[in-house]
Design a protein around this ligand. Structure first.
Ligand code: SF4
Length: 315
């Protein structure tokens, strides 16, 4: 039995389209322990959101395994999977579009409690919703207002309260602060961190912005075109990035750590099409160090020590 809360092994999610097969997630593996955060970082289209959704089995995997608390979730019956859903929740990027505009804050937060018939009486549900609102910092006076009457930060707090309602062990946070103002981003990140400490929740924190996950994540995995190209403890990744793509992402943000000696690599060009990809290094078209070998085979993700994994023919 796995000692990790979550173990993802060689996960693949392909989509068939008229133009060919989109290899959205292509052989992704990682582990996550209770109460820890894995930051999943990369540009739009790199497969990070599809990875999150496939881990939660909101999308059926094409291949590979997702082991949650020692159970292969692909082998669970619909009833068992429904039960497990309580433990595996999601917070979405755009709180406005993920909330029914015709429901009040109280009704929205009560929804998951009703779906899973957590309480026998309306009074119990109401009391539970009030507690959740307090937990996420929503004032009681907001119980009967509608999402459009609130700012983005408060709407995201509704999303967090809904995700928390069933006492999950894992939450996939899909760009949870990227639609928010910078000042509100910090408040929501602090709230997520406090909740993690209090309830020992594990997060998969998906973002295109490395600066957001720096102090938030225990480990960071950098994805490029469906694959993890570098994975390491957060401080190690920021102070000693190895993969040219990670260095390019880091080049784009100011790094406050004086120990960081980061080579500047500007990121040129657009991410390539994920359709019918060759068995090459998918970053080769944009990499200043690409050689013939990089166009001939996909580099494996190799542990260079200190749990620092890199997929690059240079290393
Ligand atoms: Fe660049 Fe080659 Fe490394 Fe890919 S394998 S990142 S193309 S050097």
């Amino acid at each position: 039995m796995s000692e990790h809360l979550l173990e993802v092994n060689h996960l693949k999610k392909y989509f068939k389209t008229g133009k060919g097969t989109v290899q959205a997630v292509d052989d992704v593996s990682f582990t996550l322990d209770a109460g820890k955060t894995l930051g999943l970082v990369g540009e739009s289209g790199c497969g990070k959101s599809t990875t999150g959704r496939t881990v939660l089995r909101l999308l059926e995997p094409t291949d590979g395994q997702v082991i949650f608390e020692g159970k292969d979730i692909a082998k669970l019956s619909a009833r068992e999977m429904r039960h497990m859903r309580k433990d595996m929740q999601m917070i979405f990027q755009d709180p406005f579009s993920s909330l029914n505009p015709r429901k009040t804050v109280e009704e929205l937060i009560a929804e998951p409690l009703k779906w899973f018939k957590v309480h026998k009486t309306k009074a119990e549900t109401k009391a539970h919703v009030a507690k959740l609102m307090e937990t996420v910092g929503l004032a009681p006076r907001l119980a009967n207002v509608y999402p459009h009457e609130l700012d983005g930060g408060r709407r995201q707090r509704i999303g967090i309260a809904r995700a928390l309602a069933l006492d999950p062990k894992l939450i996939v946070c899909d760009e949870p602060v990227s639609a928010l103002d910078v000042s509100i981003q910090a408040q929501v990140l602090n709230l997520l961190k406090e909740l993690q400490r209090e309830y020992n929740i594990a997060y998969i924190f998906i973002t295109h912005d490395l600066s957001v996950v720096n102090h938030f994540s225990d480990d960071i995995a950098v994805m490029y075109l469906g694959q993890i190209v570098e994975k390491a403890p957060a401080k190690e990744l920021f102070t000693n990035p190895v993969h040219p793509y990670t260095k390019a992402l880091l080049s784009a943000i100011p790094i406050p750590d004086p120990d960081a000696q980061v080579e500047q690599i500007p990121l040129k060009g657009e991410i390539s099409s994920p359709i019918n990809m060759a068995r090459d290094c998918h970053f080769a078209a944009r990499c200043p160090y690409a050689t013939e070998a990089c166009h001939a085979s996909t580099p494996e993700l190799v542990n260079r020590g200190n749990e620092h994994f890199v997929a690059c023919h240079l290393f």
